[in-house]
Each structure stands twice: as C-alpha cells, then as structure tokens.
Design a protein around this ligand. Structure first.
Ligand SMILES: C[S@@+](CC[C@H](N)C(=O)[O-])C[C@H]1O[C@@H](n2cnc3c(N)ncnc32)[C@H](O)[C@@H]1O
Length: 407
C-alpha cells in the first residue's frame, strides 16, 4: 500500500484502528479539526487519526447508498463512488437466490456492495478484486459472513470451480478517470462476461446509456439475455445484463423503477409496439387532457410503448418520449400532469400568458428542444402566487409549450 489513502487504510484496518473508528461521534464537518486535535493529544498516530476521520466522513456519505449498514462498513473514496447502492444490490442478489445457482463469484467486487447483498441472502460468495486496498476493505465489509471468500487477484486468473453463477460490475473509468460508456472497454470487458456465460449464468452491470446494439442478442453465449434498466428516485443508475437462468423467460428488455420503498417493473411483454427497430409504431396524436413523462429507465429500455398501451394513449411526436391520454391513470413508471393549455412556443406570448395566470413558480421540463430552462425562467421574469409545470417539446413537429399541473 503506497499512496497516503492506502497507507492510512492499512493502519485503520487493524483491530486498534477499527476500534478507534468505532469510538468516533457522528461525522460533523465543523467538528473535525477539534476532534483530530483531541485524538492526537490522546496519543493516536497522526496518520491513523487522519485515516479514521476520512473514514468517518466516507461512512456519513455512504448512508445514501447503504443506509444504517454504512456505520458498520469501511470504504475507499473511489470504491464508495463505484459501489452499487443497497436497494439495487438487493435486487441483483434476489436474482441469484431465485435462480438457485449456488455459490456466486463477484468478479471485480469493489468494496463489496453487491457481494454483501448476495451473502446477506445466505449464498456463498467468492469476491475478487485486483486492487489491494479495495480487496482489504471488502474483506472487512464481508467479515460477518462465513460463506464468503475474498481474494485479491486479477479476475481473468480466478479459478471458478464450485461457482454456480457470476456477477460482474466492471470498472467504467479509463486511465484518465473519464467515464467509459462502451462495455467493451470496461474492465473486465463485455467479451470476458460473454466467455464466462458459456459455462454458467452471468449478470453484468453496464452504464444506463449502453447502446442497445451492444446488448447480447439471443444467439450470444448464455442467451437469450435480459437487459434491465434501473432508476432510483428518478435517476437511471444502470442497465444490467442477465444470461441463462438469471434472465426471465420471454423477457428481453425491462425497466425497474425504485422510488423510496416501492419498486415497479415493466417488461417488453407489456409493450405491443416492440420498442426500437421492431413492431408497429405507437400512435401519435393531439395533446389530450393529460401528459405522462415515462421514467428514464422506461425510456432507456425503449419501453415507452408500454406506457402508451397502459394508458390507451398516444405520443405527442413520433420521436419524443412524452405520452398523452384523455384519462388519468396512476402509473408507477410515469409522472402524470394535467394539461391546462397548449401554446406555440414564443417568449413574449408565454410570458404574457403565465403572468395572466399569476404563475410565480415554474418547473420547466423539456424534451426535443434546445431551450435552456434556467435561461428561459430568467427571461420570463415571473411573479405571482401560482405554481405551474411548463413542458417544452415538439407537438406534431412544432415547438410547443404545455402549461400543466403536476398530479
Ligand atoms: C465498479 S467497481 C465494483 C463495485 C461493486 N459492485 C460494489 O458494489 O462495491 C469495479 C471493481 O472492479 C475491479 N476490477 C477491474 N478490473 C479488474 C480485474 N481485471 N480483476 C480484478 N478486479 C478488477 C476494480 O478494482 C473495481 O474495484
């Protein structure tokens, strides 16, 4: 362990270091200096104190991903950033448990976000990471599970005898720290996962923006595969590819929308329009009384047709993912708005109309237009007690502004 972060971690991941960490009060930025001084005055090594305070900060930050479990975990900054948040990892783990695959190898386990969820369901796990500090952190995080082995090695050399299925969450940063969208350039690359899929079921995380053409088709090893896009509270966080027994029968594309405790899944079986490249196109027509904004996971999965079908609705424009309908239906995978007015887009008439309506607070949504919402809001100079949602989009090829109310 060479750099200051890993050197500090080495000191921290000892019984004495972990004991010190457990004595720290809840992290508070303003209190860190004084706390550091006090710990050094008590005789703790400055490097250990620095590492413990860094860890305390990471634990506080990690609560958004791991909730109360964060308090019993350790992190590297990069490992935390790359870790799968618990509700998503729990869904991965349920696939493995449900497919009854036996021992699972998590190849490129990072700090152990996914491995923890799999082990938490009682499955044996082989967790592997080639980064020494990261593997050490994973060992601490997985210490309570006797059925887990953590190894520090390159996954291309990992012996998989006794492993029933594999999970891969490849590193998606290049040497300069830039995000890599193409799973063929991730580490390990998609080709590695496809090779493994010849022998056993595989799950692979990819970026949500993965090109649909790169999703393994029915003829790929381990196929047919299912690709599932996941959003958490409105942010699309991943597209996971599942092969063999981990893929659901007859499902090639799906979206899962997680909001708070609730989860809703929509599959291509619910999309009679066949998604990109296939089937009949969804109908397009006049803006009705309601506008629906499909969740980003549904859009990425190419399942807007499922929203159209569920609402008996239509698109406002053939190339835009806004759906309109004449009735209001609660759908967990689309936000609904009541449409109050449809105006051709133009700054002056829009300003005049919104002022007449007394709108002071405006949420601006847009698809298929270059307008910058903040700039527009500034130029509208609105004042008034009312609130509205303004949806800027093309309607039948024309730039339009829809004055709406969130439902
Ligand atoms: C995105 S992170 C995994 C995060 C993990 N799923 C979690 O929830 O904590 C990817 C990890 O793969 C590891 N990795 C990348 N290429 C590897 C290889 N060839 N062999 C072993 N580990 C590798 C990296 O060191 C990194 O820790």
């Amino acid at each position: 362990m060479a750099d200051p972060e890993t050197a500090g971690l080495a000191a921290l991941l000892t019984p004495a270091g972990l004991a010190l960490l457990d004595t720290l009060p809840p992290y508070e930025e303003a209190a860190v200096m004084a706390l550091g001084e006090r710990l050094r005055a008590q005789g703790h090594e400055p490097a250990l104190v620095a590492a413990a305070l860094t860890q305390s900060r990471l634990r506080a930050r990690a609560q958004t991903k791991f909730g109360p479990f964060a308090a019993d975990m350790v992190f590297t900054a990069a490992g935390l950033e790359q870790a799968t948040r618990l509700p998503v990892a729990a869904r991965h783990a349920r696939r493995f448990a449900g497919a009854d695959v036996g021992r699972v190898a998590d190849l490129g386990c990072g700090i152990g976000g996914d491995a923890l969820a799999v082990a938490g369901l009682g499955l044996g796990v082989l967790a592997v990471d080639r980064d020494e500090a990261t593997a050490a952190v994973a060992s601490v995080n997985l210490r309570r599970f006797p059925g887990v082995d953590v190894r520090c090695e390159d996954v291309t050399a990992t012996e998989l005898a006794g492993v029933g299925a594999v999970w891969l969450d490849p590193a998606r940063r290049d040497e300069r720290g830039r995000r890599v969208l193409d799973p063929r350039r991730a580490s390990p690359p998609l080709s590695f996962a496809l090779e493994l899929a010849r022998e056993r079921p595989v799950g692979v995380k990819t970026a949500p923006g993965v090109d649909h053409d790169l999703v393994p088709g029915s003829g790929a090893p381990g196929g047919p595969w299912e690709c599932q896009w996941t959003s958490v509270d409105g942010d699309v966080v991943e597209a996971a590819l599942w092969s063999g027994a981990l893929a659901r029968d007859g499902v090639r594309r799906s979206a899962v929308v997680l909001r708070g405790e609730a989860a809703a899944v929509v599959d291509d079986a619910a999309d009679p329009f066949g998604g990109p490249g296939g089937g009949e196109r969804p109908p397009v027509g006049e803006v009705g009384a309601y506008l629906y904004e499909p969740d980003g996971a549904v859009v990425r999965a190419g399942l807007v047709g499922a929203v159209v079908a569920a609402l008996d609705g239509r698109l406002v424009d053939p190339s835009i993912a806004y759906v309109t309908a004449d009735r209001h239906v609660e759908l967990p995978w689309a936000s609904a708005y009541a449409v109050e007015e449809v105006l051709p887009f133009g700054l002056k008439p829009l300003r005049a109309r919104l002022r007449e309506r007394g709108v002071g607070r405006l949420t601006i949504k847009k698809r298929g237009t270059a307008v910058e919402p903040d700039e527009l809001r500034r130029r509208l100079r609105l004042e008034g007690p009312e609130e509205a949602v303004l949806v800027l989009t093309r309607v039948a090829g024309r730039q339009s502004a829809l004055v709406c109310r969130a439902l």
